[in-house]
Design a protein around this ligand. Structure first.
Ligand code: P6P
Length: 326
């Protein structure tokens, strides 16, 4: 079995990136242990606080955020961080460092109370400025500038899925040895699939193009394997991981209530879009490639349609026809 570190060294990853990944992986191992004994440790339930999104923070959100911030604050290559749980950019003690890390410490944390898989999502950029303190402009980059992205899914096993731009690879945590071992190289998502993932509870608030696509998924048409199966567990990393392996589409569209959708660009949509493209899939906002969009704020949201290319293209046709871009 090949360790993550051996794999990274053999793939001639740049040393700063190798180093940053270590400072992300380390807290994830501890988090995995905590999650696996969640009922025995005081990390279930609410933290009696809300985050910058106005969302009820779970104890696990706070614990995980503190752990990743503390770890990356010791990484001499990391100049700044952007976290879902923190309003402002977090500067490290290394203002002249070259890299920026955006992360969602625990995506889908509300699922921890009911033992559904959750995940940490991360994304790494090189700053644009070459000296002085990191600026907001350094953080607001198009997703196509990412140097690395990945997630750790805390499920029946703890799996790191990541890319540094040369394919998507997965590593499984062996908890007794506390090391990640290579479990799959060059993961490719099927060109098409039979799973659609969307919160149909919001159906009446969806754009017409999304409504039409959902009906398309539900039609009887054997040659195209329809009706598809609806699979949505409300934990994006878990929904994404299943669809990545089996084929399918994950959609979190705009709604009347949230015209920009719910998921955030920098630490949710960009890393997942980088991964899905590296696996041969596609990610759009219904019209344009996610990775071409440059966010104008740290916690900007975007509608997202990501997964098997043929399925993303199909829903794009419906969006073009029934919900044309304004
Ligand atoms: P809804 C979890 O809160 C999350 O950010 C994603 O993990 C998940 O896909 C989505 O929100 C679920 O949102 O509105 O369907 O409950």
């Amino acid at each position: 079995m090949k360790t993550l570190n051996r794999f990274l060294i053999e793939s001639s990853i740049q040393m700063p990136l190798y180093n940053i990944i270590q400072y992300i992986i380390q807290p994830s191992k501890d988090l995995s242990r905590k999650i696996n004994i969640a009922g025995l440790e005081d990390i279930l339930g609410e933290a009696d606080a809300t985050n910058v999104q106005g969302e009820e923070q779970k104890k696990l959100d706070v614990y995980a955020n503190d752990a990743f911030v503390a770890s990356l604050s010791n990484c001499t290559h990391c100049a700044a961080m952007i976290s879902e749980e923190t309003e402002e950019m977090i500067s490290t003690p290394f203002p002249n460092a070259e890299y920026i890390v955006a992360f969602d410490p625990v995506d889908g944390s509300s699922n921890i109370d009911v033992n559904v898989s959750i995940g940490t999502i991360f994304s790494v950029y090189k700053r644009k400025s070459t000296d002085g303190p990191v600026t907001l402009d350094d953080c607001l980059q198009a997703g196509s500038n990412q140097l690395a992205a990945g997630y750790i899914i805390y499920g029946s096993s703890t799996i790191l899925v990541m890319t540094t731009g040369t394919g998507v690879h997965s590593f499984t945590l062996e908890p007794h040895i506390d090391k990640f071992y290579l479990s799959e190289t060059d993961i490719k998502t099927p060109q098409t699939g039979k799973i659609y993932s969307i919160n149909e509870g919001n159906y009446i608030k969806f754009p017409e193009g999304v409504k039409k696509y959902i009906k398309y998924c539900q039609e009887n048409d054997k040659p195209s394997n329809r009706p598809y199966s609806s699979r949505y567990i409300g934990s994006m990393v878990a929904d994404f991981h299943r669809n990545l392996k089996k084929g399918g589409i994950f959609i979190y569209p705009s709604t009347e209530k949230d015209p920009s959708g719910k998921l955030r660009v920098l630490y949710e949509c960009n890393p997942m879009s980088f991964l899905v493209e590296q696996a041969g899939g596609k990610a759009t906002n219904g019209y344009d490639r996610i990775l071409d969009q440059t966010p104008s704020s740290l916690h900007e949201r975007t509608p997202i349609f990501m997964g098997s290319t043929d399925m993303v293209n199909k829903v794009g046709e419906y969006m073009q026809e029934f919900s044309p871009k304004k």
